[in-house]
Design a binder for this molecule. Structure first.
Ligand code: FE2
Length: 418
């Protein structure tokens, strides 16, 4: 079974990344950042977790046109996002799609309505602390399952919802059947405001009180509204709810191994490190019962002949080809697709098998591979083929034969004006 060995809370300001990339390790102005992070880094190096479940918020970098509250990263790999100055010089970090799938099953069974994402970069909210906490020049020694919390566009969920999410997350990880060590990271905060005339707000007294409550009486924080937290810690400081999620995923009592606080400029840079103390009593629902409940909705799907549910597993395995076909919504891409498909293939990251599936218009082969039907509908529209042709091909019938199975012999596509 998977084990939660502990959790840490860290600020995720861009200053941390700047200090790391500019190698300000011995500069007295910047050194306190590294001093604060060092005990967490050393603990992680000693404990060697397999996975960091990383709770953060993106800063309108990868999440902008779609903004959701709890967005679980399910991808196989994550690159640093370009936030305006190019990507940071960091290797991509591996995800853990299998663990993400299990967590999604459990959290959705507990009625948390998650969003799933992959193929987008992690911004400073994730890589700023990660790059200081782990040696990574030769590749990251840990996998990441990121949870992007949409805390910037109001309304957002209540503080208690973040806490409850943490509680469900704890049971999800504990019931994961693989023997892996997981650490929970809660990031963001503490007190700060970066926008408007109110920018520059800090409240070190509240920050100290918050860290004390988070350790010993986190439930005292659950009734605070967004505005309560903003009055105490500045508007952007209200993102401490992500620390609360991390704390909710730990044991009721924790062993605090480290705490630091440093306020160089706009944002209090703080770290906290907690060792999990395990559960005093066994959970009310056994791991086995939770696993059973988590897959209840899809149980028996394999008995539906000719049916291929688009699961996280399939979405990750077939991401490249689905992503390629999704690009057909761009006029320039689809012009290249029809005019010189081989050149487009050569410039793509598709495997030979994936190229051949598209080249040969192997509609049912693509479904078997993991392509979702709605990409095929786009591809058909670009090629001037009707949906009916695709349905007929799925069933190994000619179009007239398939039309005979319908009430009307019509054909149509999603081709819009074309
Ligand atoms: Fe943030």
């Amino acid at each position: 079974m998977a084990t939660i060995i502990g959790g840490f809370a860290v600020s995720h300001t861009p200053t941390i990344a700047f200090a790391q990339d500019a190698k300000k390790f011995d500069d007295p102005v910047w050194a306190p950042i590294f001093e604060g992070f060092r005990p967490v880094k050393e603990w992680l190096a000693k404990e060697k977790p397999d996975v960091v479940f990383y709770v953060y918020n993106d800063h309108m970098t990868s999440f902008f046109t779609h903004y959701s509250h709890f967005a679980l990263g399910v991808g196989a790999e994550y690159e640093p996002a370009d936030e305006g100055g190019g990507q940071r010089d960091l290797p991509a970090i591996k995800g853990d799609p299998e663990l993400a799938q299990h967590i999604a099953n459990c959290l959705v069974a507990d009625e948390f309505d998650l969003a799933y994402w992959q193929g987008m970069g992690l911004d400073h909210g994730a890589f700023s602390p990660m790059s200081v906490l782990f040696d990574h020049e030769a590749g990251w020694p840990v996998k990441i399952v990121p949870l992007q919390c949409g805390v910037l566009q109001q309304p957002i969920p209540k503080a208690k919802r973040f806490w409850d999410f943490g509680k469900s997350l704890r049971r999800a990880i504990q019931s994961y059947p693989k023997d892996i060590k997981v650490v929970i990271a809660g990031t963001g905060g503490l007190s700060h405001q970066v926008h408007g005339e109110g920018c520059g707000f800090n409240n070190p007294e509240w920050d100290a009180q918050f860290m004390e409550l988070l350790t010993n009486d986190p439930e005292a924080l659950l009734d605070k509204t967004v505005v309560d937290l903003a009055k105490l810690g500045g508007w952007e400081g209200a993102e401490v709810v992500m620390w609360l999620l991390m704390r909710g995923a730990l044991s009721p009592k924790v062993n605090k191994l480290h705490q630091s606080y440093f306020l160089p400029s706009m944002t209090a840079i703080a770290t906290m490190l907690f060792e999990d103390q395990g559960d005093a009593t066994p959970p009310a629902e056994s791991d086995e019962a939770l696993r059973e409940r988590s897959v209840r909705e899809l149980k028996g799907a394999e008995e539906l002949a000719g049916t291929y549910p688009f699961t996280i597993d399939r979405a990750v395995k077939a991401f490249r080809i689905n992503h390629f076909l999704h690009n057909l919504i761009e006029p320039e891409f689809r012009a290249r697709f029809t005019q010189d498909q081989e050149a487009l293939f050569a410039a793509s990251d598709l495997s030979d098998e994936e190229k051949e599936l598209i080249r040969s218009r192997n509609w049912i082969g693509m479904i078997h591979y993991g392509v979702i039907f709605f990409m095929l509908e786009k591809m058909a529209a670009v090629l001037g083929i009707g949906n009916i042709d695709v349905y007929a091909a799925f069933k190994g019938l000619s179009v007239p034969e398939f039309q005979k199975t319908r009430n009307a012999a019509i054909t149509y596509s999603v081709a819009g004006k074309k």
